[in-house]
Design a protein around this ligand. Structure first.
Ligand SMILES: Nc1ncnc2c1ncn2[C@@H]1O[C@H](COP(=O)(O)OP(=O)(O)OP(=O)(O)O)[C@@H](O)[C@H]1O
Ligand SMILES: [Mg+2]
Length: 311
């Protein structure tokens, strides 16, 4: 029996979110926010944290700077029940990454200082640790500049050890949507883009056509549709599941929380409709509090949310 249900290698950093900023952001003015939240951020860490909250045994490898924000991030992840023994704290020019989210009335601006996110490479990964698991998840393919060229090799080796693999590319800040993704998808069991990403990756504007193209490349394609919930394609079979209704605070980390909800059921061997419903529930739950993990930290609140929806 492997030690973990899921291992991940990826980014670990905080999100600083400012709420209630004016719609316009003129330069050289002091603009006041109504609320702020400093919370665990980064796609990989949010998936890891919320998988652990949902009962999975999770091991996490990352590289952070030797700085106070890195310490807060690692403490948060550990407090969530994730094994962080292989997170490397490296002193040097790169600091732990940081994302600043400016939440305006209808839109948000997102700024990321990548720092150590770009520094993680295959050399940082303890392969025996990663393979002491049933499943491996990779987030933020395009942000992983150091690791990205080595992902095909990493996935090939993980598959040879019998792990299943899931991938969520998230956005490409460079807007190119290349980086060898096609070489990587051949090893992926579950591919979890959102609708915009599915269109960009394929270069096909029609979502159904884009989905059909991607479904030829992976055994299971799951596309996140925001307020519309999610859809999945397994070969020519198509599944759809509506989003849960919630009192919405912010969408930060909803996609990552969806991944955690989906994978928690997938790894228990649940049917696809149940996996989708679980992903939607986790994504919706994440939007009820600030950031991607605040809702999941509160166990009572989490159990109540699931219970009220019949789970
Ligand atoms: N307003 C909402 N109400 C209910 N559920 C939501 C809402 N927004 C998102 N969700 C849930 O969260 C999931 C993921 O959201 P979304 O499609 O925005 O992912 P994403 O764009 O990958 O997010 P992220 O910015 O975290 O990467 C959706 O599939 C849905 O289940
Ligand atoms: Mg996403």
């Amino acid at each position: 029996m492997p030690r973990f249900d899921v291992t991940l290698a990826g980014e670990l950093n905080l999100d600083l979110i400012l709420y209630g900023l004016p719609a316009e952001l003129p330069a050289e003015r002091e603009l006041l926010a109504r609320h702020m939240m400093l919370t665990l951020g980064s796609s990989a860490a949010i998936v890891a944290h919320n998988l652990a909250a949902l009962g999975c045994r999770v091991g996490f490898i990352s590289r952070i700077g030797d700085d106070p924000l890195g310490q807060v991030a690692i403490d948060r992840l550990a407090a969530g029940g994730v094994d962080v023994s292989k997170v490397r704290r490296v002193a040097g020019e790169s600091k732990t990454g940081l994302t600043l989210i400016l939440q305006r009335e209808l839109e948000r601006n997102i700024f990321t200082y990548p720092g150590t996110i770009f520094d993680l490479t295959l050399a940082d990964l303890d392969f025996d640790y990663l393979t002491d698991s049933r499943h491996f998840h990779l987030s933020s393919f395009y942000l992983q500049r150091g690791l990205r060229p080595q992902v095909p090799e990493l996935f090939r080796r993980l598959k040879a050890e019998g792990l299943t693999i899931s991938l969520d590319t998230n956005d490409d800040p460079g807007g190119k949507w290349e980086g060898g993704l096609m070489d990587v998808l051949q090893y992926v069991d579950v591919f979890l883009p959102n609708a915009r990403e599915a269109r960009r990756i394929t270069g096909i504007e029609d979502l159904e056509k884009a989905a059909a193209r991607l479904a030829e490349m992976v055994p299971l394609l799951v596309i996140k549709l925001g307020e519309q919930g999610a859809m999945a394609l397994r070969g020519r079979e198509r599944f759809q599941s509506d989003a849960a209704k919630v009192d919405f605070v912010d969408p930060v980390g909803a996609g990552d929380s969806f991944d955690a909800g989906f994978l928690a059921q997938y790894l228990q061997g649940a049917d696809l409709q149940t996996c989708l419903a679980s992903g939607n529930l986790a994504g919706a739950f994440s939007t009820t509090m600030a950031g991607g993990t605040e809702a999941f930290r509160d166990r009572e609140c989490r159990e109540k949310f699931w219970r009220e929806r019949g789970y």
